[in-house]
Design a protein around this ligand. Structure first.
Ligand code: FAD
Length: 382
């Protein structure tokens, strides 16, 4: 399991595994039940420099590669998918800044993001623009030395708790499908920017999913990231580096469910012996472990490829998210089966894990969209 990891990565992974087991696992059921954003987990990550890992050292980060961040998301999601998502969203929301921000913008915001003092979010989706960003209607219009933003973003993870939201808005409606969007960071407290509502969800219930309204919200030009018209490209490049984070969340959920199922199969006695001695139960456990390990190895390989910048990042990001998301759904469903009726009640964590797994097949592009990305890359390759 550790062949691809450096000794430092193994050490970091083990440290976060312990932190997650001791400090986050005991909170997971409560976070889910109360659907409350776990501020204590944010503080825990900040105190242990977990946020800092993925940011460049020159801006207060620890300069670790994508794989290290994914290891952290995996370990935390193994016990609590909502908490794992805190790390994934922080990475997602800051990717436009890292990929296209100016030196001044990076110096302004990255130290706060790396220390955990600032939280961010990524706002692409709208009611009429989910899988297809061409449906985006949020408009940004030049207004003196800044921009006026009008529109509504839907399903924005951490939208209600973020200090900084990367908002994608149409700046030039006539420019054509991939050149009409630009990206702006809108700061919390900007007049005209409001949280309209929070969604009630099946899973990742402690992660606030917000509808954000921009009603004449004015942002200075200094908050525009990248060139005017570069928004679509920034969003797609962001997803190439953030989808592995969703895959890591999925691998963690699958591993967590396997852990619980194995322990239960050892202890639960029916027909005079542990159910783990029944071959049909053994087959389920073997398939769960095999699928989870296969998803993990594909994720780690994808991180290497993406980090190397070998030009095929979109395909690898989509493949690992696709395979890991489907794995998490299948493995958690089997985990519920291994626990029988006890798998279906909230006394055991596998029903929560099954509910949490579903989102990994939906966000940052549904599984159908991942298949489209993979197939297009295959068919266009020379
Ligand atoms: C809890 C949660 C958190 C989220 N967080 C964020 C966030 O932080 N930031 C953000 O910007 N967005 C976020 N999203 C939005 C998420 O990325 C979208 O919901 C997702 O991309 C799908 O869009 P949609 O829901 O509009 O579905 P639709 O696009 O309407 O799709 C409906 C169905 O049609 C299928 N479909 C659509 N087009 C095609 C096609 N061309 N070929 C085949 N099948 C197709 C889809 O696969 C799906 O099965 C979040 C969503 C949820 C539920």
């Amino acid at each position: 399991m550790s062949e691809r990891l450096t000794p430092e990565q193994v050490e970091l992974r083990d440290a976060v595994r312990e932190l997650a087991r001791e400090r986050i696992a005991p909170r997971a059921a409560e976070i889910d039940e109360r659907a409350e954003f776990p501020r204590d987990v944010v503080e825990l990550f900040a105190r242990h420099d977990v946020f800092a890992l993925g940011y460049p050292a020159e801006y207060g980060g620890l300069g670790e590669p994508l794989l290290t961040n994914c290891l952290m998301i995996e370990e935390v999601s193994r016990v609590c998918a909502t908490s794992g998502l805190i790390l994934a969203v922080q990475a997602l929301g800051s990717l436009p800044l890292l990929l296209a921000g100016s030196e001044e913008q990076k110096r302004r915001w990255i130290p706060g993001l790396a220390s955990g003092e600032l939280l961010d979010a990524f706002a692409l989706t709208e009611a009429g623009a989910g899988s297809d960003p061409a449906g985006i209607r949020t408009r940004a219009v030049r207004d003196g030395d800044g921009w006026r933003i009008d529109g509504t973003k839907r399903f924005i993870s951490h939208g209600s708790v973020a200090d900084l939201v990367a908002v994608f808005a149409v700046t030039d409606p006539g420019a054509g499908r991939h050149r009409d969007l630009s990206c702006f960071y809108v700061e919390r407290g900007t007049p005209g920017f409001e949280v309209a509502r929070l969604e009630h969800k099946m899973g990742i219930r402690g992660s606030p999913t917000a509808e954000l309204v921009f009603d004449g919200a004015r942002v200075p030009d200094a908050n525009r990231v990248g060139e005017v018209g570069e928004g679509f490209r920034i969003a797609m490049r962001t997803l190439d580096r953030s989808r592995p984070g969703v895959a890591a969340q999925a691998v963690g959920i699958a591993q967590g469910a396997t852990d619980v199922a194995v322990a239960y199969a050892r202890d639960r006695v029916q027909f005079g012996k542990p159910i783990g001695e029944q071959q049909m139960v053994q087959a389920m456990l073997a398939d769960m472990a095999t699928r989870t390990e296969a998803a993990r190895q594909l994720l780690y390989a994808a991180c290497d490829r993406i980090e190397r910048g070998d030009g095929d990042a979109s395909r690898w990001a989509a493949m690992c998210k696709l395979f890991a998301g489907d794995t998490a759904m299948a493995v958690t469903t089997d985990a519920v089966q291994v626990l029988g009726g006890y798998g279906y009640i909230t006394e055991y964590p596998v029903e929560r894990m099954m509910r949490d797994a579903k989102i990994t097949q939906l966000y940052e592009g549904t599984q159908q969209i991942q298949r489209l990305v993979v197939a297009r890359a295959l068919l266009s390759a020379q």
